[in-house]
Design a protein around this ligand. Structure first.
Ligand code: GLU
Length: 302
């Protein structure tokens, strides 16, 4: 049984916030908004701003993007203790957390490749089933692997079958002794604020370790927010719903609950959120065009 950790245990500490970009592209105005909100939050409270490089996806992360992130933040006037926490240097921390979850029997090996899972879902949908999707619109993982017996799981692992690890959401929720919530000091996309009830079940059996990477975003962010003693997580609305998963993992792993401050996103003229992959204007190119840090803050809505 895991008791819900309190959401009020960090209020007396000196505030510690983090900006946690993934080095797989150049920062744009949306990142500038998040970084500056973190920075101003820390400054206003004599707190500490930390930089975390979320580079667990070693196939996409590139050192030149990390370098560019540091240059951009430096140019914006943001200061952080060096070196930043690079997730790729801490895989053992995430492995340890996963081992704990294995001991609690709250995770299972997930053998389906992306293509296999997608094929399975397509087939079910062709047969008229409405397949459930998570808040990001991603179809939930099929049940087959969760339902495998212990001996079959062991046999397949021992025979070298590639697999990730997924949270057994049903088992995790069954072990809770109290409702889960978090303290939202900003607001969610629909204006949610104050004590927010967590609904991790909508995410299904979330991925915690991938076939090729010994962690996932959810696991690494939960472990790192605790290891870096983060008191308030300041980040965009796009991660508001994911907070439910983070609160669940914190509770199971016995980690403290930070406060959360979600902020709205910078959007383009059509209302679309900015994205690296769509080639949205980078801070570096704005700088080259002669924009200054104050212009960036203004363009980022601050
Ligand atoms: N690495 C995530 C991103 O670049 C941010 C994660 C977080 O702030 O929790 O969107």
């Amino acid at each position: 049984m895991h008791a819900a950790t309190t959401t009020t245990n960090r209020n007396s500490a000196r505030e510690r916030v983090r900006f946690a970009p993934s080095p797989n592209g150049l920062l744009h105005l949306g990142h500038a908004r998040s970084a500056l909100l973190n920075w101003r939050f820390a400054k206003a409270r004599e707190g500490l701003f930390l930089l975390r490089i979320e580079d667990i996806d070693v196939t996409r992360a590139r050192p030149e993007f990390e370098q560019a992130i540091c240059e951009d933040l430096d140019w914006l006037g943001i200061v952080w203790p060096d070196p930043p926490r690079r997730q790729s240097e801490h895989f053992d921390d995430y492995r340890r957390a996963l081992e704990e979850l294995k001991k609690l029997d709250l995770v299972y090996p997930a053998f389906m490749s992306r293509a296999e899972a997608a094929g399975h879902i397509r087939e079910a949908e062709a047969g008229g089933k409405v397949w459930p999707r998570d808040p990001d619109g991603v179809p939930l993982y099929p049940r087959q692997d969760r339902n495998l017996g212990a001996a079959e799981r062991r046999r397949r692992i021992e025979s070298g079958d590639p697999h990730g690890w997924r949270l057994d959401m049903r088992a995790a929720l069954a072990g809770l002794t109290a409702g889960l919530s978090w303290r939202e000091t900003g607001a969610g996309p629909a204006g949610e604020t104050g004590e927010i009830a967590a609904t991790p079940d909508v995410w299904g059996d979330v991925i915690l370790a991938r076939r090729d990477v010994p962690s996932s975003y959810h696991l690494a962010v939960t472990v790192d927010d605790a290891l870096q003693d983060i008191t308030t997580v300041v980040r965009g609305h796009d991660l508001f719903a994911a907070t439910s998963v983070h609160r669940l993992l914190q509770t199971i792993l016995g980690l403290p609950a930070p406060n959360y401050l979600h902020h709205d996103l910078v959007r383009d003229e059509t209302g679309r959120k900015l994205s690296k992959s769509d080639g949205d204007v980078s801070l570096a190119s704005l700088r080259r065009k002669g924009f200054g840090p104050e212009d960036i803050a203004r363009l980022a809505g601050l």
